[in-house]
Write a protein that binds this ligand. Structure first.
Ligand SMILES: Nc1nc2c(ncn2[C@@H]2O[C@H](COP(=O)(O)OP(=O)(O)OP(=O)(O)O)[C@@H](O)[C@H]2O)c(=O)[nH]1
Ligand SMILES: [Mg+2]
Length: 457
């Protein structure tokens, strides 16, 4: 246990994660007949399997990083139990809920599934399989003693990518050492590390600020330097976290940064913001001269006012608290006026979506060994749910293949009797003989909607 905890601490702030989800398999349906004294022809009484557990994500304001999920990327939900005789249905698999920070995006094959923004928002990412039907479900007027039951449906099983973009109303930007963390500590309960050397802050810190009955979330990100948008320093890794803020507070140190004079420093930061995202520079930016307690502050303010005539500049001292109330007054006045523009776009590293089997219908291709492959989500599910230990299930499958047009499609694709056909994990020897007598089940009729599609050769 300690080992795992150490690991988590070491992981620190993590804002992307690749995870593997596997929802529960549905339980198998039962094939059973009622046998009781004095009850002849008791009929089928096999219960249905329970559905498999699904995997849910829930946004929580109490979590700030994806570290925990990134350390445990294999997520499974439990399987459903099989049905039993005497019409007993199997138990449902338990659902699993994972808590993620607000602002987490879930992507599958590069496509966004959901953006979890609000505390408590839930989303089912991987659906558990439905339970297979027991033989009670296959009883018809024509077959009152069916020896057919279905296997459970496999649960959804895929790889997903999580991306976190911190959701704060106000973001603090500036060169290293400007006093961003000091300001956050002064106005919220957050306790970021503060020190007089650059790059003290290594990860974003978020604090909730309450001022005159209003509250908002503020994020302090690591200091930016010239070339940040290009990957210099630490800033670029975190600039995306301020894309969703409404207001930026740009803190300026009257002593500048290294050889950089304060007035030049302002332009450097604003250029970095613009180069990272043109719209970022168009956000409402409040220019704030910090460290007003330093003797040089007065002179620097004069210069800044001369250079940036059109902007009103706030003067504060995060250390003594001077001017902070006035700044917060302005922030809470501006916040409701700012139109939210969510600049966060799914980052461009989406892996190209694999060629997926058609959801409806099926596609027939011929592989190099002369095996015909019929692929399609529904048809593969049908195979996974067929109980191949039952002769009647084989016959039913044969009838379904005929009803949905698979036989016809194979013939059209050039298949000869005796050729191999692969569907999902099964291979069959194809025959164009008529399926054994029996009326197609209701289920088979449903499959008539299949459209046949030919691909490759
Ligand atoms: N005199 C004075 N010093 C301040 C004030 N605000 C911050 N400082 C000092 O400036 C130094 C840097 O402060 P931080 O809050 O760590 O600066 P930061 O912008 O978060 O720096 P990075 O995280 O490195 O980007 C610390 O030594 C603070 O004590 C202020 O108002 N007056
Ligand atoms: Mg800091």
């Amino acid at each position: 246990m300690t080992k795992i905890q150490d690991h988590r601490v070491a992981a620190g702030f993590i804002d992307t994660a690749r995870i593997y989800l596997k929802a529960g398999l549905g339980g198998n349906g039962a094939c059973s007949f009622r046998r009781e004294k004095y009850i002849p022809y008791g009929g089928p009484d096999g219960g249905h399997g329970g559905r498999g557990g699904s995997i849910w994500f829930e946004a929580s304001a109490n979590i700030t990083t994806l570290a925990e999920i990134a350390c445990h990327p294999h997520i499974t939900a439990s399987d459903g139990s099989p049905g039993k005789g005497n019409r007993k249905d199997g138990a449902y698999g338990e659902d699993k809920t994972l808590y993620v920070p607000c602002g987490t995006l879930v992507k599958r094959d590069g496509v966004m599934l959901v953006d979890l923004k609000v505390h408590g928002q839930r989303f089912m990412v991987a659906k558990g399989g439905r339970g297979g039907r027991g033989n009670t479900a296959f009883k018809t007027r024509f077959n009152t003693a069916p020896k057919i039951s279905e296997n459970g449906e496999p649960g959804e099983d895929f790889e997903a990518r999580l991306e976190l973009s911190v959701l704060a109303d106000v973001g603090f930007v500036g060169l290293p050492n400007a006093g961003k963390s000091t300001l956050l500590a002064a106005i919220s309960a957050a306790r970021p590390k503060i020190a007089d050397y650059p790059f003290t802050t290594l990860n974003p810190n978020i604090g909730i600020v309450t001022h005159k009955g209003k509250s908002f979330a503020a994020a302090d990100i690591p200091g930016l330097i010239e070339g940040a948008h290009d990957g210099k320093g630490l800033g670029v890794m975190f600039l995306k976290h301020i894309l969703r803020t409404k207001i930026l507070i740009h803190l300026v140190d009257p002593r500048g940064y290294g050889d950089l004079k304060p007035e030049k420093a302002v332009r450097v930061i604003e250029k970095e913001l613009k180069d990272y995202h043109p719209l970022l520079a168009k956000k409402t930016i409040i220019l704030v001269l910090n460290k007003a307690d330093l003797p040089e502050a007065g002179k620097v303010l004069e210069t800044l006012e001369k250079k940036f005539k059109k902007r009103d500049i706030f003067v504060i001292s995060a250390a003594t608290g001077k001017g902070v109330t006035k700044l917060l007054d302005r922030v809470i006045k501006l916040l409701p006026l700012v139109k939210t523009e969510d600049l966060y776009q799914a980052s461009a590293d989406a892996t190209p979506a694999a060629i997926k089997p058609p959801a409806q219908g099926f596609r027939i291709t011929l592989d190099s060994e002369g095996v015909y492959i019929a692929s399609g989500i529904k048809i593969e599910k049908l195979i996974a749910m067929t109980n191949f230990t039952q002769t009647d299930s084989w016959d039913r499958l044969h009838r379904v293949f005929r009803t949905i047009g698979l036989d016809k499609a194979l013939k059209k694709a050039g298949a000869m009797p005796g050729d191999m056909v692969r569907v999902g994990a099964r291979e069959f020897q194809w025959t164009d003989a008529a399926p054994p007598q029996g009326r197609p089940t209701k289920f088979a009729y449903k499959y008539r909607k299949f459209d046949v599609e030919f691909g490759g050769n």
